[in-house]
Design a protein around this ligand. Structure first.
Ligand code: ZN
Length: 193
């Protein structure tokens, strides 16, 4: 396993639509090794999600995981999930708000709103279809990562660019740890990746 280099905003791969992963690729050892490397990279960077374009690979695969004692101590725990060729369907018009960050846009937070509940259809690492509902923080992380597969960054989703801040200023002026917004509350250290 290896820690891969995370590319930053400005790299063209982050603005391209990633290619579907084929069944043949899923069965290949190279792809399995790549997914393992993505997981190791996400953990090394202390992110809660990582999409393949962020490591300069234009394939529709993302990993998510939130563990305690990462740089997001307040985030709810999310078990490791590997999502291949994910397709999302919003299940509500109700929006959750979160100050998102991104390993490809380091040191920046921005307030983004996204549907609070979604249906997720994807393939698991064995190529089996998975179909589940996600809500709150889980739903937001999956939407953030799936956006990466379409060349979309969280700043594109912002309605008000005045709610864009450097991490320190965000913590100083915007973070409201006591705020109660349910699962997608945005305490200081919570962000998709
Ligand atoms: Zn990101």
């Amino acid at each position: 396993m290896a820690v891969l280099k995370v590319v930053q905003m400005g790299q063209p791969v982050l603005r391209e639509r990633a290619a579907e992963v084929t069944e043949r690729e899923i069965r290949s050892g190279a792809f399995r090794g790549f997914v393992d490397d993505m997981v190791e990279t996400m953990r090394d960077y202390a992110g809660v999600g990582l999409a393949a374009p962020q490591v300069n690979v234009g394939k529709r695969v993302a990993v998510i995981e939130a563990r305690p004692n990462t740089r997001y101590p307040d985030a709810p725990e999310l078990p490791l999930q590997v999502l291949i060729n994910p397709v999302l369907t919003p299940l509500t018009d109700e929006l959750g708000f979160l100050w998102e960050g991104c390993l490809s846009i380091p040191g920046i937070r921005g307030l983004v709103n996204r549907p609070k509940r979604i249906r997720v259809q994807a393939l698991d690492p064995d190529g089996n279809p998975v179909d589940f509902e996600a809500e709150g923080f889980h739903a937001i992380v999956i939407q953030h990562e799936t956006d990466h597969l379409d060349g979309i960054l969280f700043i594109d989703r912002m309605k008000d660019l005045r709610k864009l801040a450097f991490q320190k200023e965000y913590e100083r002026f915007f973070a409201e740890p006591d705020e109660d917004e349910g699962d997608d509350a945005a305490p200081a250290e919570r962000s998709p990746d």
